[in-house]
Design a protein around this ligand. Sequence first.
Ligand code: UT7
Length: 324
Amino acid sequence: MVRRSLIVGCGTCLPRRSVSNDELARRVDTSDEWITQRTGIRSRYLAEPDETTATLALGAAQAALAHAGIGADRLDLIVLATTTPDHTFPATAVKVQAALGMTGGAAFDVQAVCSGFIYGLAVADNFLRAGQARTALVIGAETFSRLLDWEDRTTCVLFGDGAGAVVLEASEGVGDAGDRGILSTHLRSDGRQYELLWVDGGPSTTRTTGHVRMNGREVFRHAVTRLSEIAEEALAANGLTAADVTWLVPHQANLRIIEATTRKLALPDGRAILSVDRHGNTSAASIPLALGEAVAQGRIRRGDLLLLEAMGGGFTWGAAAVRW
Ligand code: UT7
């Protein structure tokens, strides 16, 4: 009997304020035309001072639990992926745990920047497969705007804030869930070129939070190659091909990266779930935000094959194959 993790609920939470490219162009030397053509981004949500990673994560968690129809008392694991924790410690996950009224189980953060949700999903899936937890909340939440250098137009126009969450429940597989659930997860990292995409501060070095620094062209080049490789690996591991994919749910960094990856994988047009136009790059939150929206819109149906993929600072990258 194969034990699998089923995704039984999804939820999202965005800050109150959406900021258009035109609005940004009033404070940064940029234009709607440049941002739209180079990235596909038209607007992004930016957190107000009272909106933090934990408040956004809590909103997404409550929505996912409501969608799953279960109470927080059923949870025995919270894995929260973020690069922008509320505090250096404790983990933002324990703030969410307390706010949900969950006193048992374990809650912790994972840090893999834009690949964080895939990493968190893999960690929780392995806990469930190993029998160490039965019901888990996986959250991707960011207030990435707090890391931006508003004098650096090559980065500050790209990112946004938000959170998305999924509830996972262990199932025994055959008879119980058939071939549904998370089929496999695939993680990679390579720290040799970390300065192509990094934050130039931290408690142990500068004792400040620091700002995002990126060599966009190099990151773009690596992203397309690595994302298509890991996506192929996820398909091959399950005896599947691109023709079997109902929906690609990619990390939403740049529409051109998504289109180039889709072409490399030879996926037909229209198979990618897109939210980059309205959210920008929300780092660890982007996949659960895109997924949650698509589920709420009824676009994802029972039996669909989903391929999730992401790449981010580190470099880290990863993919997951999911039968809905
Ligand atoms: O989550 C994973 C992390 N990040 C990514 O995946 C991002 C990967 N990279 C990218 O998405 C793209 O490289 C960018 C969108 C960041 C940049 O696009 P690009 O086509 O690679 O542009 P570029 O960096 O080569 O810059 C082209 C021009 C430059 O001007 P010159 O030197 O050609 O005169 C830049 O100074 O565009 C200029 N530029 C801007 N102009 C207006 C750069 N940023 C802006 C801006 N507004 N915001």
